[in-house]
Design a protein around this ligand. Structure first.
Ligand code: GUN
Length: 275
């Protein structure tokens, strides 16, 4: 079976649109973009498109790449205190001369719709639902919920790279009573950990790292990352082969991104309702 994340995301957008109309509110989402990273700008345009679609007011705050830490912190204070902004994100990555951790820690917790602030990360760890769950982990959990996958007692192996995503995801899965193994680039004998898993979640950026002989029959493989080489998409998992042999659940291109953006919009509505 192939999961169509875009379809799932569209259903979320429709629900949010209806809810916003019902509440008769216009939530406001801002995005702070430092510099002119073209990928970041592309991501932000997608966020803007869906915000427009569901009735969220979107503000892009674009800052020059050579601004100082202090200047950026001042801007963060300004946005924190701006009562017309319900939620905002600081698009990552930030330029190298900026201390990213310090910036994230300055975000007003109740406007932190990316769920990156330490207090929100802590709430995810302890299973306190009053905070904001980071959007990609929230998207993966939404997908399991939508598929009616019972995570309790499941063996789940995560092979991940990004700090802000896999640790919250591991916590969410643990809180759902899964038994979670987290692997990284230093893991010895990756196959040992993937071949016993009921579910494998990948996001490494290493094309075809997960081969067909590294998972057991019936394993659900969720691949969150792909790499493009000479115009061809390579998932972290070698789906071309896996699909032919097993009934593996696989994403179609764009599914994770679609659900990530949908969860950002959901968090923005939550922020607006918390006011
Ligand atoms: N850069 C890549 N993904 C994300 C995201 O989800 N949020 C932010 N703020 N920056 C990103």
């Amino acid at each position: 079976m192939i999961i169509d994340g875009k379809k799932m995301a569209e259903a979320v957008y429709e629900n949010l649109k209806n809810e916003i109309q019902k509440q008769n509110i216009t939530p406001t989402l801002a995005a702070i973009l430092v510099g002119e990273n073209s990928a970041s700008l592309r991501y932000i345009k997608q966020k803007q498109k869906w915000a427009d679609f569901i009735g969220i007011d979107f503000k892009l705050i674009q800052l020059k790449s050579n601004l100082t830490q202090i200047e950026l912190e001042k801007k963060i204070d300004e946005v924190n205190n701006n009562t017309s902004i319900d939620g905002y994100i600081v698009q990552l990555p930030l330029p190298k001369h900026i201390n990213e951790t310090a910036i994230i820690s300055k975000i007003n917790v109740s406007k932190d719709v990316d769920g990156f602030h330490p207090e929100n990360v802590w709430k995810v760890l302890i299973g306190d639902s009053t905070g904001f769950v980071p959007c990609t982990p929230a998207g993966v959990m939404y997908m399991f919920e939508n598929m009616k996958t019972n995570l309790s007692g499941k063996l789940i192996t995560i092979v991940w790279r990004s700090n802000i995503v896999w640790k919250p995801l591991a916590a969410l899965l643990i809180n759902a009573w899964a038994t979670v193994t987290v692997c990284n680039s230093k893991t010895v004998h990756l196959k040992k950990h993937t071949s016993t898993a009921d579910i494998v979640i990948m996001a490494t950026g290493q094309p075809h790292l997960l081969k067909v002989d590294m998972v057991k029959i019936g394993t659900t493989v969720i691949d969150v990352w792909f790499t493009v080489i000479d115009g061809k998409i390579y998932w972290d998992a070698d789906f071309d082969i896996m699909e032919k042999i097993w009934n593996t659940i696989t994403p179609v291109p764009g599914w994770v991104w679609a659900l990530t953006v949908a969860m950002l919009m959901k968090n923005t509505l939550k922020a607006a309702m918390l006011k």
